[in-house]
Design a protein around this ligand. Sequence first.
Ligand code: NAD
Length: 241
Amino acid sequence: MKLNETRALVTGGGRGMGKAFVQSFKDAGAAVFTCDVNPVEGGTIADVSNEEDVVRLFAEAEEALGGPVNCLVNNAGIIRDGLLVKKDKETGEVRAFSTKKWQQVIDVNLTGPFLCMRQFAQRCLETETRPAVAINMSSISRSGNAGQTNYAAAKAGLVADTVLWAKELARYDIRVAAIAPGFIRTPMVESMPPHALERALKPVPMRRLGEPEEIFSAIRFIVECGYFTGRVVEVDGGLRL
Ligand SMILES: NC(=O)c1ccc[n+]([C@@H]2O[C@H](COP(=O)([O-])OP(=O)(O)OC[C@H]3O[C@@H](n4cnc5c(N)ncnc54)[C@H](O)[C@@H]3O)[C@@H](O)[C@H]2O)c1
């Protein structure tokens, strides 16, 4: 599939990588629609973790794109970091990671892509849309980044589902792949305290943040390579966690 043949839906297009992806799809001549929890240009307000929102999102996207979505980018995501337990050196008090933060990240980063993927696949089958491709934004953190109990679980789970969705959907000419970025220049990363960011970049062989456009190169590859499915493209400047 060529990029200019896609009717693309990018979730979380209000800022960061999603916003850059929307622009890059446009620049490549694709039809593109997006959503965010905040008002967003070229899209609608929708929460990917809400089933009703997701059904409405796909209906609105179909209308705006002039046909069913044939390229889904499951990009929307959040972080709510913290250690599983932490003992205060002075008081001895033990603080435990919040169940609410666990659930928020699982809802947006794992249930969200599931709901969008299910609706995408359902509409592809109902409308005989083929070929089609879905791209899930995982993360280098999926291998078990300390401080990210919730995020690592969601991003690892998303890769497992990428593999099985690819197996289940190949017969319908739907491919499913994932991208695992390292540290990319977006508000999510730029909100890290400077000392934490500096520490995070030290072990990166490329010694810099990646750019959203460099992640879009992976999207282009996945869209265009008709034999690529069920696998993860790692774009992390050579970092291993
Ligand atoms: N930035 C990085 O270094 C990095 C690294 C690895 C993976 N990722 C992943 O890439 C994706 C994009 O990251 P980013 O850095 O651009 O993040 P970001 O925080 O800059 O942007 C995420 C966007 O998603 C939106 N969003 C949040 N919850 C939503 C919901 N429930 N429904 C719809 N939209 C929602 C936000 O409002 C925001 O506009 C995320 O899935 C993230 O986990 C990012």
